[in-house]
Design a protein around this ligand. Structure first.
Ligand SMILES: [Zn+2]
Length: 393
């Protein structure tokens, strides 16, 4: 999915609350769409329905909750968001809500039992159920209890009809009754876990490494506060860059400026995507670095200049630009460093304000952890084109 499509979706949701992808037109007619729009219009709770095919490989639409979070982030519209599951597409619709409503997904399941083959009807009924003010979990439990075929439907949806049911349904009898429901729910839990495991984190987390000991609780609370503060800082700085990009006057005749502006935009988008998805403390530092570089590129663009990324301090990219390169031995690297870090490193000391993260309940310098592209590039210190490094993995 590209940003133009995302903007189109956000605009359509602002008008009537429903967006249907062109490629789904053969399955969802304009009349179907109209029925969903009417359900949304009749609902007392803001509800948004996005019917578009989801793909694991797409960084924008890796799952519906990611897409919904992105739309919510862009538009600020609270409410329920309904969309298609990634796969199999015959499963109930996904429901995400802002603020979070942990029972909301039960509405989609009930609607799925009622209209297993009809996505638009599921969407319309889900919208009505979500607005109904009833206890959805209790409704769902009652539905399964009263109609044992519900358990069979779950089984079939995940694994196909298979051999468990013949034409008169007698072999399907093993799924009848409470035992069957319990088995089906266990199967469901396993499948959900497997699906969750397939999501790709932006960067890998640390690998266990032997380390010196610090009181675990102290480490955890200090680092947790630091992580929260950095998260807020990253969110603020990246949002500021986005606003500055919106305001920036741009003369397309000035090609150097245009390239710099494009770099600023690339850095901004990457930073925002990192923050919109599930991320590690290292990702947050990466987003801050990307945001600052983007701001630097934008300043160059505004002066009509070209922009070439510089190297931040390798010991701690949050120190800003490096002033000279020092030879470091653990690990072996010619490290661009800020003045303070360079001075300490040249005396053979590890700089006191090295960027650290918690691993195995103790702190370790980020460059001794396996943080994927972050440790490999030193947050851009060793490989200045961080956008290319991140995009190409
Ligand atoms: Zn430094």
């Amino acid at each position: 999915m590209d940003d133009a499509t995302l903007a189109e979706i956000e605009s359509a949701l602002g008008q009537d609350g429903v967006w249907v992808a062109p490629e789904l037109r053969s399955e969802i007619s304009p009349q179907d769409e109209h029925a969903v729009e009417q359900a949304v219009a009749g609902s007392g709770t803001p509800t948004f329905v996005v019917l578009t095919e989801m793909e694991y490989a797409d960084p924008l639409t890796g799952s519906f909750d990611q897409l919904a979070a992105l739309i919510h982030d862009d538009t600020g519209r609270d409410g329920y968001y309904l969309g298609l599951p990634v796969e199999p597409e015959t499963l109930p619709l996904e429901v995400t809500s802002f603020p979070e409503d942990l029972d909301a997904y039960q509405a989609a399941r009930i609607a799925w039992f009622d209209h297993p083959e009809d996505v638009a009807a599921q969407a319309a009924e889900s919208v009505e159920l979500l607005d109904g003010g009833t206890d959805l979990s209790a409704d769902y439990d009652q539905r399964v209890e009263e109609d044992p075929r519900a358990a069979q439907m779950i089984q079939d949806a995940y694994f196909g009809g298979g051999d468990s049911a013949d034409e008169d349904g007698s072999a399907g009898g093993i799924w009848l009754g409470v035992g069957g429901v319990v088995v089906a729910l266990l199967v469901l839990a396993v499948v959900f876990r497997a699906r969750r495991g397939r999501r790709r984190p932006v960067a890998t987390t640390s690998r266990p490494t032997p380390t010196f000991a610090l009181p675990a609780t102290v480490v955890r609370s200090v680092r947790a506060a630091e992580t929260r503060a950095r998260e807020e800082q990253a969110t603020r700085e990246v949002a500021d860059l986005g606003e500055a990009l919106d305001r920036a006057p741009l003369d397309p005749e000035l090609t150097d400026a245009y390239d710099a502006w494009q770099s600023a935009l690339d850095h901004y988008e990457l930073a925002r995507r990192i923050l919109d998805r599930s991320h590690t403390p290292a990702d947050v530092v990466g987003a801050i670095v990307l945001g600052r570089r983007g701001a630097e590129a934008l300043r160059a663009a505004e002066r009509g200049r070209r922009w070439v990324p510089g190297s931040p301090c390798w010991f701690n990219p949050l120190h800003g630009g490096s002033v000279r390169t020092v030879t470091w031995t653990d690990p072996e690297v010619e490290a661009p460093a800020c003045a303070d870090c360079a001075r300490q490193a040249e005396k053979g000391e590890e700089p006191t304000d090295t960027l650290e993260f918690v691993a195995d309940e103790a702190t370790r310098a980020y460059f001794r952890l396996d943080l994927g592209v972050w440790s490999r590039t030193g947050f851009g210190a060793l490989e200045p084109d961080l956008v290319a490094a991140l995009t190409n993995g």
